[in-house]
Write a protein that binds this ligand. Structure first.
Ligand SMILES: Cc1cc2nc3c(=O)[nH]c(=O)nc-3n(C[C@H](O)[C@H](O)[C@H](O)COP(=O)(O)OP(=O)(O)OC[C@H]3O[C@@H](n4cnc5c(N)ncnc54)[C@H](O)[C@@H]3O)c2cc1C
Length: 416
């Protein structure tokens, strides 16, 4: 009797995480990826305009992202994420030119809010209680119904924090998703919200070491292999179509569909998936950061939101950036560079640049979309779903994607 096989479709982080968890020798695992590389929306590439390897988008993680850290430990790449030893976030307000460093203390009792030099300037201790409304919000409530969405604390802390985590204007974001982020990071103390970035690039941190580990464990990995059809019989998937090629899915075999929501919906008509998306714009400038530039800088009252300093470039992230998508690239680059120059106090003409617009970067983290996210198991006994858009309770993040892959793998192991 041959060993049962699990076919995983999509080698983004969800698919890689599922494969990693299943690659313990008790099953055969095959990973089928449409693109020529792994990593999906979280990858590096060689950019010919800048003549350097850059990421498709800057990805910010927090030390409370426990599934992500477990994934990295498992593939031997934990050291690829870099960040300060204690939580600290440098900010600048472009409207007032004020600069400050937010420094939550390590433990769960948030005494940092009592210290004016650790908290947000212009805020009072009592202001910080407002966010607790998120933790009591009823299902389906938007953030704006659960906590105050105005004033200096909102503008200078909660708005940038939730905008980055949800990729959705926080006013319209789902309170449940914001609450989950809060519970898993800041509410646990500074030790769970140290900012982390993949200093040597996303592919070096995630895809490359994951593929190395999977190959060593005997996982079959095929690139440029796009699933074009699923065939069903007796409430099971019984074949996979890859263009002209058809692969039988034998009794006992499973399929984990770890593709983006729109692809899953096209392969599985009737599947409920999030319907609205939000864009992310990233800008990369080929210039060494000045010595005084912090590795990560939050920018308030600018077009830009987060500025990342790498040894050979400055990179900018703008979330929920739909308003910028149709702007001409040259105009956008100049506008962004003017914010960068003000934020880090340099006077320099526009250096070589690249703008990456991801129009459908993530689903919009609204309560309406949250209600449409499907569970791991489907109506078909041997078909499971994974991906940042499935019902993880988290917004579309690396952590959500990896957790969805782990959940799908665990469901297979339990005998879905
Ligand atoms: C610009 C940008 C910035 C971001 N910033 C952050 C951040 O700061 N922090 C954070 O935590 N998250 C961030 N994210 C979100 C994060 O990248 C995603 O949540 C995560 O990568 C999603 O992984 P996934 O495996 O669910 O999906 P995907 O990465 O979309 O992977 C799906 C895979 O399926 C493959 N595929 C598609 N169709 C088929 C088919 N028919 N057959 C076979 N394979 C197929 C695709 O090629 C892809 O490799 C950002 C995303 C973007 C785009």
């Amino acid at each position: 009797m041959p060993q049962a096989k699990v076919h995983i479709i999509g080698a983004g982080l969800a698919g890689l995480a599922a494969a990693l968890r299943l690659a313990d020798g008790s099953r055969r695992v095959a990973l089928h990826e449409a693109a020529p590389q792994a990593g999906g929306r979280c990858r590096s590439y060689f950019d010919s305009a800048l003549n350097m390897v850059i990421d498709n988008g800057n990805h910010l993680l927090l030390s409370g992202n426990r599934a992500t850290l477990a994934f990295l430990r498992e593939i031997g790449a934990e050291d690829q994420l870099e960040g300060p030893p204690h939580a600290e976030f440098c900010f600048v307000d472009l409207a007032s030119d004020e600069r400050w460093v937010l420094r939550p203390n390590d433990g769960p009792i948030p005494w940092w809010v009592l210290r004016p030099r650790r908290r947000v300037p212009g805020t009072r201790v009592a202001d910080y209680l407002g966010v607790l409304g998120l933790l009591r919000a009823p299902k389906g409530a938007p953030i704006k119904a659960a906590m105050p969405c105005n004033g200096p604390l909102y503008q200078r802390l909660w708005r940038p924090f939730f905008l980055a985590a949800l990729n959705t204007a926080p006013e319209e974001g789902a309170a449940s998703l914001a609450a989950r982020i809060l519970r898993e990071t800041l509410a646990k103390g500074g030790k769970a919200c140290r900012p982390l970035i993949a200093a040597n690039g996303l592919s070096e941190a995630f895809a490359t070491p994951a593929l190395r580990r999977l190959t060593a464990k005997g996982v079959e990995v095929a690139f440029e292999r796009r699933l074009s059809a699923l065939e069903f019989k007796d409430q099971r998937v019984n074949a996979l179509g890859f263009g002209d090629e058809r692969i039988e899915v034998a009794a006992g075999d499973c399929v984990i569909l770890a593709v983006p929501a729109a692809v899953a919906a096209s392969l599985l008509p009737g599947l409920s998936t999030p319907q609205a998306y939000r864009a992310i714009v990233n800008a990369h400038f080929k210039v060494a950061p000045p010595p005084h530039c912090p590795p990560i800088l939050g920018v308030i009252h600018g077009t830009i939101e987060w500025l990342f300093a790498f040894p050979d470039r400055l990179s900018v992230t703008i979330s929920a950036a739909d308003r910028l998508i149709d702007l001409p690239r040259e105009q956008l680059a100049a506008k962004i560079w003017s914010d960068v120059a003000q934020a880090i106090q340099i006077a320099r003409p526009l250096p070589a640049w690249q703008i990456i617009k991801e129009k459908r970067a993530t689903f919009a983290a609204t309560a309406e979309n949250e209600a449409l996210r499907p569970q791991t198991q489907t109506e078909f006994a041997n078909l499971l779903l994974a991906g940042d858009w499935t019902a993880t309770g988290l917004p579309a993040t690396i952590e959500g994607a990896i957790r969805s892959g782990f959940i799908a793998a665990d469901t297979v192991v339990r005998g879905a």
